[in-house]
Design a protein around this ligand. Structure first.
Ligand code: ES4
Ligand code: ZN
Length: 326
């Protein structure tokens, strides 16, 4: 069969997905109207016309506007429900989802409202469809470490609902070293640790995430190739990189998909995985990311199988469950 339909039914895990980045334009408009939030868009087409970015920050401005229309438990339920429905369509049999509760605080929306909606959608998907999903508490690096630590405390009632903490948002000027105490505290509480590093930021930020924060995985990490010693370290330790091809092209990290280094990194022995990051904003969920690699870089079935195997190996599932997918 053709590679695209074959990729579409290949079982896969997603490890790098911001739930706010899966907010569909139609849902954004519906919730803005319901909640009385003024937004500068009046149609699905006008929202989608804004999915044109020049860098990470220009994307984040729209991403946070989208997140500002979410207010009650049902809103969070539908956001998660829409994404989990997509996972079922795309043979994403396990997913690890980044939740960013700091985003909603300025609108008077607390973590209890957010988690009630998300947990209900996940519980339903597990019960009705046998889907597998974990959540990660992602902290916003453009805010202070004290604000991140305050969110970690607010999340204590939900300690068992978060497998890991992460670090997202504007990378430049907000190095991992800014969050050393946060990661020490989270580690002492048994959280797994991830951080965005080396998306727009330099290889030094990846070193800091590994050596100062002690992360289990790097989100993105594509700029590691600029430092051969770093590549050697990542290969030796098999530290996973959750790479997001469509995201990188849409945010101009690479000019064209033909220029993306994902398959080079894979062939160098790095534990690379494929992920969608913010699928509605970047023009595709998991299958569209795999298909783009097939079209632009002639991804082989063998390479695709390796990438899918990496996604399960790099997941935070318990070893016995993980083994069922490998
Ligand atoms: C993000 Cl692509 C990306 N990078 C950093 N932070 C983010 N939050 C949502 N998408
Ligand atoms: Zn991301």
């Amino acid at each position: 069969s053709d590679i695209h339909s074959w990729l579409a039914v290949m079982p896969k895990a997603e490890l790098h997905l911001h739930i706010d980045g899966s907010l569909q334009a139609s849902r954004l408009l519906q919730l803005a109207a319901k909640n009385g939030v003024a937004i500068p868009y009046d149609s699905v087409e006008s929202v989608q016309a804004a999915y044109e970015f020049e860098d990470l920050q220009s994307f984040l401005d729209l991403y946070y506007l989208g997140a500002s229309v979410l207010r009650d438990e049902d809103d969070f339920y539908w956001l998660m429900r829409d994404y989990l429905d997509k996972c079922r369509e795309q043979k994403i049999v396990h997913t690890e989802i980044m939740v960013e509760p700091q985003t909603y605080l300025p609108y008077g929306v607390g973590i209890h409202t957010v988690m009630a909606g998300f947990k209900r959608a996940i519980a339903e998907a597990k019960a009705e469809w046998g889907q597998s999903a974990l959540m990660m508490l992602s902290l916003l690096r453009h805010l202070s470490e004290d604000e991140a630590l305050a969110m970690l405390e607010m999340a204590e009632p939900f300690r068992d609902d978060f497998v890991a903490i992460g670090l997202a948002s504007s990378e430049m000027g907000h190095p991992p070293s800014k969050f050393k105490t946060l990661y020490e505290t989270a580690r002492s509480r048994g959280y797994k640790l991830v951080a965005h590093a080396g998306e727009e930021g330099p290889p030094e930020y990846i070193w800091e995430a590994i050596q100062l924060l002690g992360v289990d995985r790097i989100d993105h990490g594509v700029r590691c190739v600029e430092d051969p010693a770093l590549v050697a370290h990542l290969v030796h330790k098999q530290i996973p990189l959750t790479v997001c091809p469509l995201s990188n092209v849409r945010l101009c990290v690479f000019d064209r998909m033909q220029d993306h280094n994902l398959l080079n990194m894979l062939e160098q022995g790095l534990c690379v995985t494929v992920n969608s990051d913010d699928p509605t904003y970047f023009g595709g969920f998991m299958n569209e990311n795999f298909s783009a690699l097939a079209d632009a870089l002639a991804l082989s079935r063998e390479q695709a199988k390796q990438l899918a195997a990496n996604s399960f190996r790099a997941s935070f599932l318990p070893d016995d469950i993980k083994a069922q997918y490998l």
